[in-house]
Design a protein around this ligand. Structure first.
Ligand code: ATP
Ligand code: MG
Length: 361
């Protein structure tokens, strides 16, 4: 069986370091591994509109930002197909058929949808499109017959929902769709990177992000004003590293060689954590170290972004070409789906013959 990747991001803002460790870095590694037959990366504008219907300009403006972030992280259009969701109408058509395979109560149980409804104060009036976006996500994944979906932990319930739809579809209409596997980050800290404010998730919609395109100074300021252990008031006080975002970011980003380079008093993160826990280590010192580690990772991304920013029409062209290729692939799957559902009337010669016999015999 072919190995195919599908994943993507909502164009609701520039991409942040949570996206990077949760999915983006992995995608680039997978792309460069050469092990995949096809890689599709989708800018999910239609999904972004489900909770931004009154602000389409935000979605429109951010498409190019996300594309620039992709390219600057090393996604290569010669290998990876980058496309815009709304330019592939087959995805909407698939959603329409999958909707019949899912119950309202099943959607209501989806924990990610539940928490996102709460976060957006949608309790009293949930847009139908938003409520059903897990179904549209199943269309995105299955349209490309994806076998592998590299995403952050918040997407687990979406993948479960997709698998259920695939099983249901295949059992009702015959083997047609491919069941995808989720690929979560190996590093626990990367599953759901917290915000700089200590909130559980760094999220474009919460304004607690370090963006890949932030300047050196912006990153420094954000790191230096990060939330830490609120009970660690004086340097001598024992500190808590668990749930402390500064240490979670270090878990996600730092390697032993960073200590040698920027903080040679310690061999590794375990030693630094032990000192912080004991007391006698100030937040400022740890934050300065984190800043160095982050700058080292982000600087090459920033530099590459500057290059791509010089030719924006070329970036739109990449998305246009990608969208055409994605449409051709999705059209083949839609044809399979319609054939399986027997709603392919005009190519169904058996049906036409049978109906004509009914009237001529
Ligand atoms: P929004 O607030 O608009 O939903 P978002 O910041 O949650 O934006 P998405 O576009 O929804 O970003 O997510 C894109 C991908 O990045 C998904 O695979 C998601 O799991 C992953 N991701 C998003 N935020 C994080 C995070 N804080 N830690 C790890 N992975 C993340
Ligand atoms: Mg999200």
């Amino acid at each position: 069986m072919k190995k195919i990747i599908l994943t993507g991001d909502r164009p609701t803002g520039r991409l942040h370091v949570g996206h990077y460790v949760g999915s983006l870095k992995r995608r680039v590694e997978l792309q460069n591994s050469g092990e995949y037959d096809d890689i599709f990366i989708m800018i999910a504008d239609a999904q972004a509109l489900t909770d931004n219907a009154d602000n389409p300009e935000k979605v429109r403006q951010n498409i190019i930002e996300v594309a620039l972030d992709y390219l600057s992280c090393g996604l290569d259009p010669a290998v990876t197909t980058m496309f815009i969701q709304s330019q592939v109408p087959q995805l909407t058509e698939l959603t329409c058929y999958y909707m019949n395979l899912v119950t309202v109560s099943r959607l209501q149980r989806n924990p990610t949808v539940k928490s996102e409804i709460q976060m957006r104060n949608f309790e009293a009036s949930i847009p139908v499109g938003f409520f059903t976006y897990p179904i549209s996500q199943a269309s995105d994944i299955t349209a490309f017959k994806a076998t592998t979906v590299p995403v952050g932990e918040d997407q687990l319930p979406m993948l479960e929902q997709t698998k259920e739809i695939v099983r249901k579809f295949n059992s009702v209409y015959g083997d047609t769709l491919v069941e995808p596997d989720i690929l979560l980050p190996d590093n626990k800290a990367c599953l759901r990177l917290p915000g700089t404010d200590g909130k559980a998730k760094m999220s474009k919609s919460l304004g607690n992000c370090i963006y890949l395109s932030d300047t050196k100074e912006e990153v420094r300021q954000k790191v230096m004003s990060m939330f830490t252990d609120p009970n660690h008031l004086r340097v001598e006080d024992p500190g808590n590293v668990d749930g402390n975002p500064v240490f979670i970011y270090l878990d996600a980003f730092c390697r032993d060689e960073h200590f040698e380079k920027y903080l040679p008093d310690y061999k590794n993160l375990d030693e630094l954590k032990a000192h912080y826990t004991r007391g006698g280590l100030g937040d400022v010192k740890v934050k300065k170290f984190l800043n160095n580690v982050l700058q080292e990772e982000l600087e090459p991304i920033r530099q590459r972004r500057k290059e791509f920013e010089k030719d924006i029409p070329a970036v739109y062209k990449i998305l246009e070409e990608g969208s055409k290729k994605a449409e051709a692939t999705a059209a083949r799957t839609l044809a399979d789906v319609k054939r399986a559902m027997k709603i392919n009337y005009f190519e169904d010669t058996e049906l036409i013959e049978m109906q004509s016999k009914k009237y001529t015999e």
